[in-house]
Write a protein of this length. Structure first.
Length: 94
């Protein structure tokens, strides 16, 4: 059982959660994250972009270029908007 719900969190807080050892025969590996993957593709849907940004924040981070300047993105929110320009940035903070 993974402590991913309220019951699991309660067990962790009460220091009574019993973890289980991982079966090393079921381990899988992936390749290193490439800079191509870090580069935001605004042609993808908003949910996928948001998930990639979340997965890569804070290190290595996601980025895009604007006027030849690399802009790093540390968080994003997908919103349901009728928009004729996919990937449009509607607000930002420095």
């Amino acid at each position: 059982m993974a402590p991913s719900d309220e019951k699991g969190i309660k067990l962790i807080v009460e220091d009574s959660y019993q973890g289980e050892e991982q079966d090393e025969n079921l381990v899988s590996f992936t390749s290193k994250i490439s800079t191509d993957f870090e580069h935001i593709n605004f042609n993808q849907d908003a949910i996928k972009i948001r998930n990639i940004i979340r997965a890569l924040a804070l290190t290595p981070g996601s980025y895009f270029y604007y006027k030849n300047e690399k802009i790093k993105v540390f968080s994003a929110k997908a919103v349901d908007l009728e928009c004729d320009l996919p990937g449009r940035i509607i607000s930002y903070t420095k």
